[in-house]
Design a protein. Structure first.
Length: 192
């Protein structure tokens, strides 16, 4: 029986977390077993329990990794667009795209982990990670004039509905009409 080096063990853990992050967003936490997860990265179930105390511990770490990926994505929009207002608009266009709808495994963890965070009675640590990630996303979407939380809620709701109706005309309509509503110029306030 060969022993795995510490470096290899860390790499195995990283691979398990990355695969879990993707697969949990695609299939849900209960949609992927530990055995299937480990098989997907070419490792045994025994190796899982050398790395993680439980599936719940992996779920929390996978959610944290997914929100870390979201942070990098948001930073890349800021870098590519040059100013934050333009980056917000570009993110809205991307978020409400068929590409994002059709790739939940690499998509936003706010949408990808929503059902599990709501349903899982043992989601304590994951729920805390989830709440912190939603708050950070909302802060990024905020402007001086607007709180970003309603915008995040609208984006997540729209992508969840679009995914649930994939393959129908309604799915495209949800993406298009939400994008139009969020990017249309605001009418002047008659009170001003």
């Amino acid at each position: 029986m060969s022993r795995v080096s510490q470096a290899q063990a860390l790499e195995n853990r990283r691979r398990a977390v990355a695969a879990a992050s993707q697969l949990f967003r695609e299939r849900g936490v209960n949609g992927i077993s530990v055995a299937d997860l480990m098989k997907s990265i070419g490792l045994t179930t025994g190796g899982f329990y050398k790395q993680f105390s439980s599936k719940e511990a992996l779920v929390a770490e996978a959610a944290q990794a997914a929100f870390g990926d979201l942070d990098l994505l948001l930073a890349s929009f800021d870098t590519a667009q040059g100013d934050h207002d333009t980056a917000r608009g570009a993110l809205i266009d991307f978020y409400l795209s068929a590409e994002h709808r059709d790739q939940p495994g690499s998509g936003c963890p706010t949408a990808g982990f929503a059902g599990d965070a709501a349903r899982e009675p043992s989601a304590g640590e994951m729920r805390e990670t989830y709440a912190a990630g939603v708050e950070k996303f909302a802060a990024w979407m905020s402007t001086e004039a607007e709180d970003g939380l309603p915008l995040v809620a609208t984006l997540v709701g729209a992508i969840l509905l679009a995914r649930a109706t994939t393959g129908t005309d309604l799915s495209e309509k949800i993406l298009e009409s939400t994008r139009e509503a969020l990017t249309a110029p605001h009418a002047p306030d008659p009170e001003s």
